[in-house]
Design a protein around this ligand. Sequence first.
Ligand code: GLC
Length: 459
Amino acid sequence: MAFKRIMMTALASVILLLSHSTFGESAEERDARMEWWREARFGLFIHWGIYAIPAGEWEGKPTVKGGAEWIQSKDKIPAAEYAQLIDQFNPIQYDADDWVQLAKQAGMQYIVITSKHHDGFCLWDSAQTEWDVASTPYKKDLLKPLAEACRKYGIKLCFYHSIMDWKHPDYGVKKDWRGNADNPTPDMDVYTTYMKAQLKELLSEYGDIGVLWFDGEWEDAWTHERGIDLDDYLRGIDPSLIINNRVDKGRQGMKGMNKDGSFRGDFGTPEQEIPHTGFPGVDWESCMTMNKSWGYKVSDQNWKSTEKLIRNLVDIASKGGNYLLNVGPTAEGLIPAPSVERLQAMGAWMKPNGESIYGTVASPLPELSWGRCTVKNEAHSTVFYLHVFQWPENEKVTVPGLKINPTGAEASLLATGKSLKWTPAEDHLQIEVGPLAPDPIDSVIKLTVKGPFEIKGTH
Ligand code: GLC
């Protein structure tokens, strides 16, 4: 008995630990802090920096396999040589208002821009370094107008920030092409102080910042202890901040979710992939490119179709995650036309169908042969948004596993409001949808179930 009691107490304290985050916040406080982000579901990632000048080609040769923002590392370009790019960076075509409007029209609710990528170059006028936009012919801070436009259109501004820094002399992993090559004793404490001062600038001078999105945490110079210290520091400046899991050392590669243990970070960050299932009780966001590179790359014309992008968004939402979709603007400051076209097309779908994405949670239904499902729990009903990718030849959409009261539901096409007939059965429900798919990519049926229902079969 005594043993059992001890076990129960131990179990209770584990549950208690899990329901509080590591920095003493209650579950309710955490929910309130995460609310806008969970509601948003769809954001724009912007990878922009001076690597957009070479755009994946060095000395006339297409040399970068993968992301064009990695060119300095891939080609082992000595820091002094790479630094010459600063004299050429002059994005006179940049129009922050246009960018934010495009995101808004696409149905996105937040923007994450690379304040600093691995090459260390800063898109704002930082008092901590000359390796920034203020030292280019353009001179002007690039983040200020973006912050202004975000305020104007009601979009949350968020900053990506690389921990790894190929420029700073005190960053703790030496390579002969990096800016620390000539420093016999790089000092990570000095570097961390620099990074904190920069982050403080970003948190104080650009209005309300939604997310700090860290990256480049994988090298040994960055430790779990440094992650905790940085996380504490930032939450001290702004307690409402959301911070991704790359601030700490818990991430398991590109899968992006944390290994077992206690690590900082509010959400997991799967990269270039969509997990097979969701992660109940854990927030996550898949970040993905439209072609294959994060930064602008002239040769990469490998664009995903609009169909693929819309279905990715729906797939992710159906598993309870967010979709952070990337664009890589040119050195002149333009978002490439194929990206613009795709974002506009996504917006055209989101306009009548956005309700089936925003504020939805993961589907409790078993796997669906014809598409995906997103769900909204309302006070007296549950709304199932049935995303039909493959329109059924027999003109009937079968919802497996859903058992409801024969009078307790309403079904309609979300985009037009046209009401649809449905019939319940013991272990499924069938909706009569007619012969023509209203949307070749994803036609959404809104099924509102009033009162209780049962789900049979596993998810
Ligand atoms: C990476 C890459 C990078 C890109 C990013 C986006 O790990 O190093 O270039 O910024 O992740 O998630």
